[in-house]
Design a protein around this ligand. Structure first.
Ligand SMILES: Nc1ncnc2c1ncn2[C@@H]1O[C@H](COP(=O)(O)OP(=O)(O)OP(=O)(O)O)[C@@H](O)[C@H]1O
Length: 254
């Protein structure tokens, strides 16, 4: 199978070193990340978990260049985000990062095909038809390509969002609660696709999730509490993830 990424397996696809993120100042200051250091290796599927307010979204947003760290170093591949202009960060996001959001974020007036190729069209990059076909067939979207989002189920819409993230062969795909709006069957479908993106396409995937079952698809689960990394599991079962979450004070797993 063709590899989606130029990065060699095991190299670092994204990294945060001593990242601190503060919001506000003075009495209202919140330290959302307190000296977080973590590497995300190419060809791995990582889930970020932790109680509400522990800093998961902040960490993902800093890694993806959607927000600036207050201090510390963030890298995507070999590029350090600090010091890049807004335009350069936008280009880096466009060229090296794929996103899958909870809310799908598809353009309602465009067909599935047009939504999938939109980032390439915006970037003025040529479509690799063979790769497009591979992704579309693997995701079971061949007979849905002319449909608009309103004519697709939630699970199908999220599969289109996964295809959109994959088709540009990014260094890394970030998912912000990608199964948050899906029923359990569609969740399983989307998680299997993200798993396959890693196993079959050599992709690197990082998701934020509250769901221990979703996290059990990952190679590695990292836990944040109060802005710090506090625990990590490798190839965990959902029960193991649930037990750690309980210990961190999230007894409902959400
Ligand atoms: N734009 C902001 N301004 C001020 N405080 C913020 C901002 N964004 C996040 N925070 C604070 O930073 C901390 C971490 O928030 P973050 O959204 O990263 O947590 P989370 O683990 O993703 O939470 P959840 O699971 O509820 O989505 C929280 O205390 C939050 O209130």
């Amino acid at each position: 199978m063709t590899s989606a990424t130029e990065l060699p397996q095991g190299s670092v696809a994204a990294s945060a070193q001593h990242v601190i993120k503060k919001y506000g100042a003075g009495d209202t200051e919140v330290q959302a990340l307190r000296d977080v250091s973590i590497d995300f290796h190419a060809g791995q599927f990582t889930a970020i978990m932790g109680p509400s307010g522990s800093g998961k979204s902040t960490l993902m947003h800093c890694l993806a260049g959607l927000d600036d760290a207050s201090s510390g170093v963030v890298r995507i591949g070999d590029v350090t985000l600090e010091g890049l202009s807004d335009k350069e960060v936008t280009r880096l996001r466009r060229d090296r990062i794929g996103f899958v959001f909870q809310a799908f974020n598809l353009v309602p007036t465009l067909t599935a095909r047009e939504n999938i190729t939109l980032p390439l069209d915006i970037a003025g990059r040529a479509l690799d038809q063979e790769w497009f076909d591979t992704v579309v067939d693997r995701l079971g979207l061949r007979d849905r390509l002319t449909h608009r989002p309103s004519e697709l189920s939630g699970g199908q819409q999220q599969r289109v969002a996964c295809a959109r993230a994959l088709v540009g062969r990014p260094d890394i795909i970030f998912g912000d609660e990608p199964t948050g709006n899906l029923d359990s069957r569609s969740s399983s479908e989307v998680l299997s696709i993200l798993r396959a993106a890693v196993d079959e396409f050599g992709q690197t995937v990082v998701i934020v999730t509250h769901d221990p079952r979703a996290a059990s698809y990952a190679d590695r689960v990292v836990f944040l509490a109060d802005g710090q990394l506090v625990h990590e599991l490798h190839k965990p079962k959902a029960d193991d993830v649930f037990a750690v979450m309980r210990g961190l004070g999230e007894d409902e797993g959400n």
